[in-house]
Design a protein around this ligand. Sequence first.
Ligand SMILES: Nc1nc2c(ncn2[C@@H]2O[C@H](COP(=O)(O)OP(=O)(O)OP(=O)(O)O)[C@@H](O)[C@H]2O)c(=O)[nH]1
Length: 856
Amino acid sequence: MSIRIHELAKKIGMENKDLLSLLKERNYEVKSVSSTIDNISAEALVEEFASQAESAEKPAPELDQPVAEKAPPAPVKEVVDAPAQPPQVKLPPGVFVKSADDVEREKAEKAEQARREAEAQAAAARAAAAPPPPPAPAAPPPPPPAPTGSSPRPVTIPQAPAGRAPTPPPPPPAGRAPTPPPPPPAAGRAPMPPPAARPSSPAPVPPPASRPPSTPVPPPPVSRPGAAPVPPPRPPAKGPVVPPPATAAKPAAEEDGELRTVQVKPPIIVREFAQLLGLKPFKLISELMEQGVFASMNQTIDEPVAIELAAKHNVILEVKHRGEGQVQNQAPTEKDIKKQKEKAAEEEERNLEERPPVVCILGHVDHGKTSLLDTIRKANVVKGEAGGITQHIGAYQVTRDNGKITFLDTPGHAAFNKMRARGAQVTDIAILVVAADDGFKPQTDEALKFIKDAGVSLIVAVNKMDVKGANIDQVKTQMQQRDIASEDWGGETITVPVSAIKGDGIDELLEMIQLQAEVLELKANPKAKASGVVIESQLDVGRGPLATVIVQRGTLKVGDAIVCGKEWAKVRAMFDDQGKNLKEAGPATPVRVIGWSGTPDSGSTFKTVKNPREAEAMAEEVADELKKKAATKASEPKEVSVEALFANIAATQAKTLKLVIKSDVYGSAEAVRGMLEGIKSDKVSVEIVANEVGLVTKTDVQRASAAGATILAFNTKLENGVTPQAKHHGVRVESYNIIYELVDAARDMMADLLDPELKEVKLGAAEVREVFPLAKGFVAGCLVTEGKIIRNASARLRRGKETVHEGKVQTLKRFKDDANEIRAGLECGIKLDDFNGYEKGDVIETFEIQKVRASL
Ligand SMILES: Nc1nc2c(ncn2[C@@H]2O[C@H](COP(=O)(O)OP(=O)(O)OP(=O)(O)O)[C@@H](O)[C@H]2O)c(=O)[nH]1
């Protein structure tokens, strides 16, 4: 920041050109009145003039003092020798100017008495204030820079910034009238503080660095004449120009030399810092300059500089960083992180509470999983299920005297392997159901593998103990063979014989579950933010996307914002397995949550976040990431080997069954896809155009029509108007409630796409018993031994294993009459076209070629 010279001149009440010449004298690089000087120098000048004005207003007695006592003697002479035409300077109002002659005259008039008085006064002052003024022309060393507060402070003129000629101190130069406050130069002379105790060559005053307060070199000529060693006591402050508020505003503590503590938050701005120290900004700037720091009022200074400066003013500076104590604003160290973790772990440990076990029931199809759960819940789920197959994961909670147990109802069909695997991952205890009359089956082993891989506790329920062929020993033997020997057979696996239908052993089973849970010491922190796993999700026509979740940690509340992969939810409502509205759900509680952005994937984890906005943003991020991944995968260069080329050609020639699948729930959709993708065929492939949950809509029909696909609806209904629209577009829509029926239908559809195969169907056979000559050729007299012989049917003549001729039955006679067909057991005459070489014992077979559906 800078100020133009004419503006500055106006400010200090001086002629433009006078100020210009003064500045030039002081080695400022200024050319005209529109040149600029920096603000710091300008402020110093303003201050300088303000002080002069103050001095000029001092009462008469001061003026009466001998010149020698107010200024060094030499300058007096200089006044006499001053140039005849000094620069015309306009003093600020209130300043009156006296020439050296005036002073002389006045002195003469005052006579001896005044002189004596003055001398007496001076002597008294000398006696009071230490060193007598040296006779030398140079001003005596000023008091140390540290403010004393008790004596008038010399006003320090700040130096010009580096690179610029420093503003010299005011002691008057030779040849120019000094301008001590009282002794004014002759009228018309420049009352300006002459530039110059400077040498004639304007050697710059050493830079600030050379003048730290500690340096023993006497400070540069910073004192104005008014600060002469024996000044009369200053009058009290009169106006805004004097005395510098820096001193006036100093706190009492500092005046007393007491330390005070001041807190400051970075950034430390010069103006604010000056206020804190009770200094005028320019004073602070000047002190900074003394330290070699050049900063304007609005600039900031470093902490160490500020601390040092503050110390100079008896101030202990406490720099308080923003966010101090708030860990998140600082980069935490490893130690911090460790501490935080330890603290969190302690907190977690303190808040841990017992929670119900989460149990899943696994086993082979029809071994009685649903019946078992049904008996436990005392509700008949089996009857409501199409085909008696559990088709999606549900989760339920039962309450016993000594606590709750959470059950996951995992489906039993092979199609639901994926879901079953997930079920095992959420659970603490797995019940492996084995029918006592059937023993271990492939799916029992598969389930056992899931359980082992998931590392969950195992309990074997040997079901159908009421059935006639029940053989628990066989089951226990199979258990032994699989390294899960039953407890009573010397192993560790709890084995409970039950009958889901009769309810036998159910109590014991539940007791065992709770006993096992006790051993496992299942605990969770209900005070934490909720997190858990999505068990199942579906799209409900009325309520939108729903998801059954199990809270694993914390407590989920209505209104919470949760995020789960690319979906998020603000929990609008929660229901338990009885359809009861819940406000909150603690650890191990299964709840159905409403308020989702879409159907989250079953098996994925969810967590609570700060607010819906955050949840949405996080979900969007995941969605974007997934999209990017998909795009990258699509753009990856494909293998172009010859084999790949042929494979591609084969693939394009291969037939494809295109399907749009709509299911009731997400888990079913996945299961259907899994089953369809499992159909192996080299001739036809399955392309799933869409696999979604919800009703079959008109949009689905349009999509299927465009893709040439068939719609398979599983456990779901058709929206109104879908049937006529599908008819119109020629789209086939098939609905199923049983997954294997759906799969069989898909298999047929695939086969239908293939060209039919030609199949030879044997119609009959006849043995040649005689050969009769005819006018033209021969005829074979035969006995029909099998089926029937039909005229014009395709026929072949076999002799032993050899086929001698193939043709058609040209003539067929019963006795002498032509016949269309002759049945087994009857004799007939057969003539094949273009053949006459019949022999006794030959066999004539007739057959037809039928088109049959090709197999996959
Ligand atoms: N006698 C007798 N029959 C049972 C028992 N448990 C189940 N059943 C019958 O076995 C059949 C299959 O039972 P579900 O409970 O549907 O078997 P599941 O294992 O759930 O079958 P999926 O859902 O197909 O995997 C049903 O007809 C039941 O009535 C039992 O303890 N005793």
